[in-house]
Design a binder for this molecule. Structure first.
Ligand code: C2E
Ligand code: MG
Ligand code: MG
Length: 425
């Protein structure tokens, strides 16, 4: 720090004090600004942004505390260290000087040598603080570019990981709900909970952009628990509110990692108890990868959960590599036929998967139904088993926020009527 260049503002309504402080500082080669009132001091501080202010407390018009509060509330002047100089003896008033943002207090009558020592100390402290801030900024920038480099080398997106950690801490995740409809009755029997990230700047972010990273890191544990808890809480509200939907179900996506989490069985049974959910109303959606993983351990957990009465569904069925044996070994209740088969009109495969499911005593959910033609095709393919056949897709409804899902339930209508009249939701 070059002390010859530092500008110091001295504020005192007593001309004599102002003069001797100014002369002493000028003799030390400081550049001195003088103010005889609070309003002059504020104007000078904003214009010249001095490195330090010596501020009297008792002044007419505006006292030193008011001047200090004003300067601290202005982003331009809030960093300037302020040393109060006053004849005040009252301890509480002295404490007030620190409460409004002063860094030090010098009693009047003052000794010039003491004032100088304190001025120099605080100039040094604030210069070090400024350096620290600069270094921190530099480190943050270096950290950011190192993370980027690491991401390029390892293929792991550290920046997204850090953002997701923050999103989890700040509660930025929300759940949407997509109805699941029975194809025999055309009525809603349940919902699938689908996570969204309500990003403060980017708006709604879809799971394809963040769930893969969440599932491969430790973030899956807190986020997975949050999803389970929130979806069950929501289910309880709807079941209680709508007597027609007392057995409404909630399907929740769970990853393989989540199933191996310590205490997962206790956690889920506590949720069922807390929200008074009948276990068969909770359907956990796992993928073919889950049943193909560590067989013994996964089986053990699945059977423990099955004992609670929970239902299991294999999601996106037909896209993975599950061995058919696993369909009988594992306690699976539902096969959810991947939407790519519907999209590509692969009806022979759809029919084959459905027939296999029914023979094994399981039901099916067909994903991605978007048109009336697709729905009619499914109804004719499975005409004799429609009771065990469910559909999900934009034709019925897109994933909805909880308010819109509530309205849908309040309507309590059959989808046949809506679809037949072309009144798509
Ligand atoms: P998923 O479990 O297979 O969910 C179905 C996806 O298909 C949803 O996408 C849904 O919006 C979309 N979909 C439904 N009907 C139609 C349709 O008629 N046409 C088309 N084109 N798409 C349809 P979303 O919500 O983007 O979710 C994507 C995936 O993210 C989910 O696939 C699931 O694997 C994962 N995911 C979502 N929420 C969670 C969660 O809470 N936990 C975990 N672990 N994974 C989740
Ligand atoms: Mg799913
Ligand atoms: Mg799916």
């Amino acid at each position: 720090m070059n002390k010859n260049k530092a500008t110091i503002l001295v504020v005192d309504d007593t001309r004599y004090n102002l003069q001797i402080l100014s002369d002493m500082l000028a003799n030390q080669n400081y550049h001195v600004l003088e103010a005889t009132s609070g309003s002059i001091a504020i104007n000078l501080a904003q214009e010249y942004i001095p490195k330090l202010i010596l501020l009297d407390i008792k002044m007419p018009d505006m006292n030193g505390y008011e001047v200090c509060t004003n300067l601290k509330s202005n982003p331009i002047t809030q960093q300037i260290p302020i040393i109060f100089i006053s004849a005040i003896e009252d301890v509480e008033e002295k404490i007030e000087a620190f409460a409004v943002g002063g860094v030090d207090f010098i009693n009047k009558p003052f000794h010039l040598i003491e004032v100088l020592a304190r001025v120099e100390t605080h100039l040094r402290i604030s210069s070090l603080q400024a350096q620290l801030l600069e270094q921190t900024k530099l480190l943050e920038m270096q950290n950011h570019s190192l993370q980027k480099e690491l991401s390029n080398l390892t293929g792991f997106d550290w920046a997204l990981y850090a953002e997701l950690q923050k999103a989890n801490d700040c509660g930025e995740f929300i759940l949407f709900y997509q109805p699941i409809v029975n194809l025999k009755t055309d009525l809603i029997t349940g919902f699938e909970a689908l996570i969204r990230w309500h990003h403060p700047e980017r708006g709604i972010v879809y799971p394809d952009l963040f769930v893969p990273l969440v599932e491969t890191t430790d973030l899956i544990y807190p986020i997975g628990r949050w999803v389970l808890k929130s979806a069950c809480e929501q289910l309880r509200i709807w079941q209680q509110h709508f007597p027609n939907y007392i057995d409404l179900t909630m399907s929740i996506n769970v990853s393989t990692k989540q199933l191996t989490e310590f205490n997962i069985v206790e956690f889920i049974s506590e949720i069922l108890f807390d929200y008074k959910i009948k276990p068969h109303c909770l359907k956990l959606e796992i993928t073919e990868g889950t049943v193909m993983g560590d067989r013994e351990h996964t089986l053990q957990i699945l059977y423990q959960l099955k004992e609670l009465g929970i239902q299991f569904c294999i999601d996106d069925f037909g896209t993975g590599y599950s061995s058919l044996r696993r369909l009988t070994d594992f306690p699976i209740d539902i096969l959810k036929i991947d939407r790519s088969f519907i999209n590509n009109d692969e009806w022979v495969i759809v029919k084959a998967i459905g027939s296999l499911a029914f023979v094994l005593g399981k039901s099916i959910v067909v994903e991605g139904i978007e048109t009336i033609a697709q729905l009619n095709m499914l109804k004719s393919l499975f005409s004799s088993s429609l009771r065990d056949c469910y559909g999900q897709g934009y034709l019925f409804a897109k994933p909805l926020n909880s308010e819109l899902a509530f309205e849908l339930l309040a309507g309590n209508q059959s989808f046949t009527l809506d679809i037949a009249t072309g009144n798509e939701l």
